[in-house]
Structures are given as structure tokens and as C-alpha cells.
Design a protein around this ligand. Structure first.
Ligand code: NI
Length: 183
């Protein structure tokens, strides 16, 4: 199924998330549906709170960006119970958007690489260093599991510039090319 995507103002985006275990019901179906929802919305990453679930799970597929950035080629991953254990001191500032913040694109400074421990969809444990744009995507989705969104990284002035858009989201008064759930 395709899930509606929760947008700014929906309290689930600010809630704490919990680890899941192997008994989590219909996990494979859920992962498949998260990818379906992601592709329908033409995004590159989707975290469980964005479909209303307060669990530590996100999916990323950067293949559509492969032409512009070789680091994105073949990067399709499922992250279960992830834990970022290291953030590089080296940072990079680039534009970001979010399916839960339609119409907002802003520069965000993030670590250029991260070391992350997680389980994949087969419950195989990984601990790896991810660099470049994939590291940005991972940090963005990881933020969602911490109840954070990319606008939290903006300066007060940049936030203020987006105030009108944000308040329309809270009121559910926005149009979007995918199905949304405001609150
Ligand atoms: Ni997002």
C-alpha cells in the first residue's frame, strides 16, 4: 500500500521512536510499502514517523541521483534500529528538502561522513562509514527518528522566512502532488 505522508504539524514527527525486534509484524511488507510510498512521492528517503509509525526504521534510495553523483549509484538501503556512532568534523553545506516539508528547500550544514551501525532488512548487522551525499541522506532520515526535521538546523532568520509556509502546513492548507496527513 501507499501510505499518506505526515507533514509538519503532525505530532508524530516530533515523537520519540523505539527500536523494533524480529517479531515486528509484517516487517517485510512494511519495508516494501515504504519504498512504494517513497517512489510515489518521488523522494529519496523516508523514515517511519513520516508514515505515522514511531519506530526506528528508515529507507533510502539514491539511484535517481546517480547521474549527478556517482556516490549515489546503487545506494538503496534499509536501516533498522540505526545508531550513528561517529560524525566527521568535516562538514558540507547543501540544499535539502523533505517530503514532510513540501515546498521548502534550504541549505543545511552536515557532517561529510558518518559511521553508522544498523540492521538491514534481513537482520544482518552492519557498521559502516558512509560519505558524501549518502551521508547527508542518512543524517536527514536519522533526524526523523530523533523527532527532528531539517528546518531545526536553520538560523532563526531562515526559519522566519519560511514561517508562512510552515503555518499553512500546520493548518493543512497546502496542496501536494502526493497524499499527505497534516495532523
Ligand atoms: Ni525528511
Amino acid at each position: 500500500m501507499i501510505y499518506p505522508i505526515t507533514i509538519y504539524g503532525n505530532p508524530v514527527l516530533r515523537k520519540e521512536t523505539v527500536d523494533i525486534d524480529k517479531d515486528y509484524p509484517e516487517l517485510q511488507q512494511l519495508i516494501e510499502d515504504m519504498f512504494k510510498t517513497l517512489y510515489r512521492a518521488e523522494g529519496v528517503g523516508l523514515a517511519a514517523p513520516q508514515i505515522g509509525l514511531s519506530i526506528r526504521l528508515f529507507v533510502i534510495d539514491l539511484n535517481v541521483l546517480a547521474e549527478d553523483d556517482p556516490a549515489c549509484d546503487g545506494f538503496k538501503k534499509v536501516f533498522i534500529n540505526p545508531k550513528i556512532v561517529e560524525y566527521s568534523e568535516k562538514t558540507e553545506t547543501r540544499d535539502e528538502g523533505c517530503l514532510s516539508l513540501p515546498g521548502i528547500n534550504e541549505s543545511v550544514k552536515r557532517s561529510w561522513s558518518v559511521k553508522i551501525a544498523y540492521f538491514d532488512e534481513n537482520w544482518v548487522r552492519h557498521e559502516e562509514v558512509i560519505e558524501g551525499f549518502p551521508a547527508r541522506a542518512v543524517q536527514h532520515e536519522y533526524d526523523h527518528l530523533e523527532g527532528k526535521m531539517f528546518i531545526d538546523h536553520l538560523s532563526p532568520i531562515r526559519r522566519q522566512m519560511n514561517r508562512t509556509k510552515l503555518s499553512s502546513m500546520v493548518k493543512g492548507k497546502i496542496r501536494c502532488r502526493y497524499t499527505i496527513k497534516s495532523n
